[in-house]
Design a binder for this molecule. Structure first.
Ligand code: UD1
Ligand code: CA
Length: 453
């Protein structure tokens, strides 16, 4: 049998009670992106005909996160079978296979889904293919009860299982491929006479068997089938994703001095011969060019770093930071929504916000762009080759021309012309011998007070 068209239904209407959160469970981030988006990316390589995400009534954020995919609303959360029924309207004119996925099982690999489709297309032509796995601790997972031939006979939920059934180590991941032509017929017949009083999708297996249809199990591995129901499981999933992302980075030519201490986002992109020192955290939207070095303890998000640039140690790049070729961002420097052009240097203790730093400019230690007056933000523009002396406050909006020099300790409120020198320090005064006279007077005062006591 050839492979049929496939539609995916992702169940995401569950309350996620065990997360103890105001946020819908599938919106909790993994490697910087909501869990549900990980499932959607996995589906991309499968080229599903259509994707329907089943959400609860009060889950606006989820609809936005999954757009432009179809949303089906499950008005009451009556169980996983009831949730798949909510997708009925969205699948009305669809006659292929239905792949059911869970929004809270985000680590599944595309190859695993492909092997389920292969099983469905095999000679035995099972109408239901369930993805099973053997977790170290089967705990609350449903158990897959197989017959002598290895055929799947039924699934029993842990809460409804006998002691013998609980000893079965083959568990239900929740992922299934179902013959779409028969699926809704079976779903309608599922009841809720069980420990949770829910309509269990897992009951579809026994119903299909009752109709003399075959059901098969494909086995996957625990690392990709972990279901996230609690913050503890979320942390386990995060660790697994990070391990994968670190391996992916190294395979693409990035040196990680201590991989376990570097945290990536799902969308972090790098060139070759990038060096990342220990303890670096990447938020969403970061792209690193070839030969970039990120030194220890830096935090980087929404930033583009051109080839050969160096960042850190202890640097913070915030959204909109664009670091040019060979530019340097040093320790305790924060850059937000600013372009630091080719070869410019901001080496120590500075805040650069809403600014352009021209090519080759040098920004001294302690320089601050004062970009905010408490109500509005204003831009700072530093020309190429300019030199800003240490401890300068640039009160935006302000421009410093190409090649200009600003003396250390200046407060620059007006534009500086190209190649000019601007210094705003107060004129110096010096009183000769004043310090010595002061000390003498104060010492005498102190001595006379002590005598009186
Ligand atoms: C489910 C399976 C169990 C399996 C486990 C794997 C059933 C009855 N049980 O149990 O066999 O081992 O997953 O992780 O299917 N959902 C809805 N609407 C609902 C209820 C749930 O959309 O009314 C969604 C949830 O958002 C979640 C998924 O379905 O994404 C699974 O629901 P959950 O309550 O977590 O099921 P488990 O008890 O984990
Ligand atoms: Ca679950």
């Amino acid at each position: 049998m050839t492979k049929r068209k496939t539609a995916a239904v992702i169940l995401a209407a569950g309350l996620g009670t065990r997360m103890e959160s105001a946020l819908p469970k599938v919106m909790h981030p993994l490697a910087g992106r909501p869990m549900i988006n990980h499932v959607l990316s996995t589906l991309e390589s499968l080229a599903a005909e259509r994707v329907v995400v089943v959400v609860g009534e009060d889950m606006k954020g989820v609809a936005e996160a999954v757009a432009p995919h179809t949303i089906a609303v499950q008005h009451r959360r009556l169980g996983t079978a009831h949730a798949v029924l909510a997708a009925r309207e969205a699948l009305r004119d669809f006659d292929g296979d239905v792949l059911v996925l869970y929004g809270d099982t985000p680590l599944i690999a595309p190859e695993t889904l492909e092997s389920m489709r292969d099983a469905r297309a095999s000679a035995a032509e099972p109408d239901v293919v369930v993805l099973g796995f053997r977790p170290g601790d089967p705990g609350q997972y449903g158990r897959l009860i197989t017959g002598p031939e290895g055929d799947l006979e039924r699934i029993v939920e842990a809460k409804d299982a006998s002691r013998d059934e609980l000893n079965v180590d083959l568990c239900n991941s929740g992922v299934m491929v179902i013959n779409g032509a028969r699926m809704f017929g079976w779903l309608e017949r599922i009841g809720n006479d069980n420990a949770k009083g829910e309509y269990y999708l897992t009951d579809i297996v026994a119903l299909a068997r009752g109709d003399d249809c075959r059901c098969a199990v494909v086995e996957g591995n625990e690392d990709e089938l972990l279901g996230v129901n609690s913050r503890g499981e979320l942390a386990v999933a995060e660790a697994l994703v990070q391990t994968r992302l670190r391996a992916r980075a190294m395979a693409s030519g990035v040196t990680l001095v201590d991989p376990a201490t570097v945290y990536f986002c799902d969308d972090t992109r790098f060139g070759r011969d990038v060096l990342i020192e220990p303890h670096v955290v990447f938020g969403p939207g970061v792209a690193l060019g070839d030969n970039v070095t990120i030194r220890a303890f830096s935090h980087i998000e929404g930033a583009k770093i051109a080839p050969g640039a160096g960042v850190g140690p202890f640097a913070r790049l915030r959204p909109g930071a664009e670091i040019g070729e060979g530019a340097r961002i040093g320790n305790f420097v924060e850059v937000k929504k600013s372009t630091v052009e080719e070869g410019a240097k901001v080496n120590h203790l500075a805040y650069i916000g809403d600014a352009r730093i021209g090519a080759g400019a040098n920004i001294g230690a302690g320089t601050i762009t004062c970009n905010y007056d408490g109500f509005f933000k204003f831009p700072t523009d530093i020309g190429k080759g300019a030199f800003i002396g240490s401890n300068t406050a640039l009160v935006a909006p302000v421009k410093v021309g190409d090649g200009a020099v600003v003396g250390a300790g200046s407060v620059v409120t007006k534009d500086v012309a190209a190649d000019a020198l601007a210094v705003t320090r107060a004129p110096r005064t010096e009183a000769e011998g004043w310090a010595a006279r002061f000390r003498e007077r104060k010492a005498a005062e102190k001595a006379s007070k002590k005598k009186k006591v």
